[in-house]
Design a protein around this ligand. Structure first.
Ligand SMILES: O=C(O)C1=C[C@@H](OP(=O)(O)O)[C@@H](O)[C@H](O)C1
Ligand SMILES: C=C(OP(=O)(O)O)C(=O)O
Length: 678
């Protein structure tokens, strides 16, 4: 997951490959609760691991369910409450998960005990009044702890569940969120022992396909609910939850919408057939699979089998769409971004529920689409979007994401804009609600020309702090990191291990060895094959050997391709001695970091002493002077600032101050309009 303040996506051009998507949030949280309400143990495979399911799992543990990891990576084993009462009192934190807050409120109210249910600030602005009204009708005692009609709330059944009025149909409004009805449908089987229990929906039921998911999963747990036209539901007398033993979670259809859109928008990478999505097929039980129809109407070519979808660009540019999106409220946000690539004006109707989700999504989408240059009309329950007329009308925007995973995920697709502008996604970690590895997954199937991928070069002499500064910048930007000095150190290590002396006589052999070095950077660790060589290459001796190896032109040449390979989406910070001059001459920012010999000798001295090595200041100074002289006079790529490099003498700066200066220089070079915070 990218936990950076923002993530800058470079202009992207093509896409191709296969993605395996994480489990459905709607299925995961339903199945978790149903397993918790059943007797015995249920194994759940391919469960989603995200913020929304974590809060559900934590709540289930708190009320006394046993949760254990299953045999497979994404499987868990839940031992349900069965006939046991839930552990209480309990305070349950439910984040911003509607699929946890609403169903748990209903289930816990009917199980008995005292509970406080609360969430993040936005959860306390998301309505729950219609559900509480329905439960109060039954006789439940539920108090609001903050604002009337919103969480946090208290279920006050410490003395047990009061006598419930089960005779009359339970009325619930269906026009604000279908989750209220889902909550009742999952809770009422607990009390429909002696008699049928009826639910009547008041007002138009929105998001109906989510009710279909609820009914399908109830059936898997032994409860067959009948309904008349989605208005009247009957839970049969004698209902009792029975675990199916094991159950599998399909991949998330709403998450699939971003990759279906990707296949429709991006030209296919060479040798690929667009995007293949694994984990769900056209027969999915999730309503958002119908996003496929909308995407096809706009131009996508989609085929599918039992557990896969294949998407390719069809009509291009896309074609505008006019659609009632009530049945696909979540995936419809993706259509709004597809509209940026469509001819004509796209209208998404009947989406008033967007206003009470993770944020006011109608306002958020309108604001952010406009930042990119689109014309948008925002109605009470609709959005009308016209794409920027020409490439030149697109704007480089910093997309505010309102702690809404879907805003972050769908706007990433704006990186395919014809103006080849980068797109900044603020607070990318908000995707953790349903798809923590969204950006990693996206990056695994998108490509762009190397010139679009930003590179920051930090060159400079030994002990200038360039390695630390580059690593910190890379981390802060979410970019890849190349410690090119390590390449030479590793080459020297590998050469000596192969019995090759580091001199001109062995140049060709060492170059051949360098060409195929299996080197990887994993966070702080540097791996040669499977061996962690981080410490072995950090000794003074290894440094001297690296300097010698780097003076051999054929070896430098061999390492060029290896280093170019680190230039990958979303960007690269490279440190070394010739990053800006030789390896990445087109880098967007080149910094030459230096400090006085005295200061650098002092830093190196401190570093060695802290690692428990013996060190003598005079020797260190002499060594540094010798290395500086050798590095700056060597025939190939001598150590000197690139002509367009910014020179930073950090003799009197801390590492933090140095990082800050480079950060400021980098930000100044970004095209995003200042103050463009939504
Ligand atoms: O029941 C569900 O799993 C959901 C129902 C929908 O909410 P509404 O019924 O509030 O539209 C949807 O937006 C949400 O992401 C998940
Ligand atoms: C509306 C959403 O979430 P929730 O389940 O919290 O309602 C969503 O995931 O888009």
């Amino acid at each position: 997951m990218y936990a950076t303040a923002f993530l800058d996506l470079p202009a992207l051009t093509t896409a191709g490959g296969t993605v395996q998507l994480p489990g459905s949030k709607s299925i995961s949280n339903r199945v978790l609760l149903l397993a918790a309400l059943s007797e015995g143990t249920t194994t759940i495979d391919d469960l989603l691991d995200s913020d929304d399911t974590r809060v559900m799992l934590a709540a289930l543990r708190d009320i006394g369910c046993a949760v254990e990891p299953g045999a497979q990576p994404h499987s868990v084993r839940i031992t349900g409450l069965g006939t046991h009462a839930p552990r209480s009192p309990a305070r349950l934190f439910l984040g911003n998960a509607g699929t946890a807050m609403r169903p748990l409120t209903a289930a816990l109210a009917l199980l008995g005990g005292e509970f406080e249910l609360f969430g993040v600030a936005r959860m306390h602005e998301r309505p729950i009044g219609d559900l509480v009204d329905a439960l109060r009708q039954l006789g439940c005692r539920i108090d609001y702890l903050g604002n009337e009609g919103y969480p946090p709330l208290r279920i006050a059944h410490a003395q047990g569940v009061p006598a419930l009025a089960l005779q009359a149909p339970i009325r619930v409004r269906g026009d604000v969120s279908s989750q209220f009805l889902t909550a009742l449908l999952m809770a009422l089987p607990l009390v429909a022992t002696q008699q049928d229990v009826h639910i009547e929906v008041q007002g138009e039921l929105i998001s109906k396909p989510y009710i279909a998911i609820t009914l399908q999963l109830l059936a898997r747990f032994g409860i067959e609910v009948a309904h008349e036209n989605w208005q009247r539901f009957t839970i049969p007398a004698g209902s009792r939850y029975r675990s199916p033993g094991s159950i599998h979670v399909e991949a998330d259809a709403s998450s699939a919408s971003y990759f279906i859109a990707l296949g429709a928008i991006a030209a296919s990478a060479e040798g690929q057939n667009g995007i293949k999505i694994m984990g769900l097929g056209l027969d999915s039980i999730q309503g958002d699979i119908r996003f496929v129809e909308a995407a096809r109407a706009m131009g996508a070519q989609v085929t599918g089998g039992p557990n896969w979808l294949q998407v390719q660009r069809g009509r291009w540019p896309l074609q505008a769409l006019e659609l009632d999106c009530n049945h696909i409220p979540d995936a419809a946000m993706t259509l709004a971004v597809m509209a940026l690539y469509a001819e004509g004006t796209t209208t998404l109707r009947n989406i008033a529920s967007w206003r009470v989700k993770e944020t006011d999504r109608l306002a958020a989408m309108a604001t952010e689409l406009r930042k990119l240059g689109a014309q948008v009309e925002e109605g009470a329950d609709f959005l009308r979007i016209t794409a920027p007329a020409r490439a030149a009308d697109w704007r480089a925007a910093s997309i505010h994401t309102y702690d809404d995973h879907r805003v972050a995920m769908c706007f990433a697709l704006a990186a395919f804009n014809p103006a080849r502008l980068p797109v900044r996604i603020e607070d990318p970690k908000c995707v953790a609600k349903t798809f923590p590895d969204y950006f990693e997954t996206l990056f695994s199937v998108v490509q762009t020309a190397p010139q679009h991928i930003p590179v920051i070069c930090i060159d400079g002499p030994t002990a200038s702090g360039k390695g630390t500064v580059a690593a910190r910048l890379a981390q802060r930007l979410g970019y890849h990191f190349l410690d090119s000095g390590a390449m030479y150190r590793i080459t020297a290590l590998a050469a000596l291990r192969s019995g090759l002396a580091i001199d001109a006589a062995h140049e060709a052999q060492i170059a051949a060895l360098a060409q195929s070095l299996p080197v990887r950077f994993e966070g702080e660790r540097i791996l040669l094959g499977d061996e962690d060589v981080s410490s072995a290459i950090r000794t003074e001796e290894a440094g001297m050997n690296a300097s010698r190896v780097s003076a051999l032109p054929a070896v430098r040449q061999a390492l060029v391709a290896l280093q170019h390979g680190f230039r990958r989406v979303p960007g690269l910070v490279a440190d070394g001695r010739d990053m800006g001059t030789v390896i990445f001459p087109d880098a967007r920012l080149k910094v030459f970091l230096t400090a006085s010999v005295a200061e650098r000798a002092e830093r190196r001295h401190k570093q060695l002493i802290s690692k428990g090595f013996n060190a003598n200041m005079q020797d260190l100074r002499a060594d540094l002077e010798a290395r500086d002289a050798r590095d700056s006079t060597r025939s190939v790529a001598p150590l000197q600032p690139a002509q367009d490099a910014l020179v930073l003498d950090n003799s009197h700066l801390t590492i933090e101050q140095t990082v800050e200066q480079v950060w400021v220089w980098w930000q100044e070079r970004q095209p995003f309009a200042l103050g463009a915070q939504g």
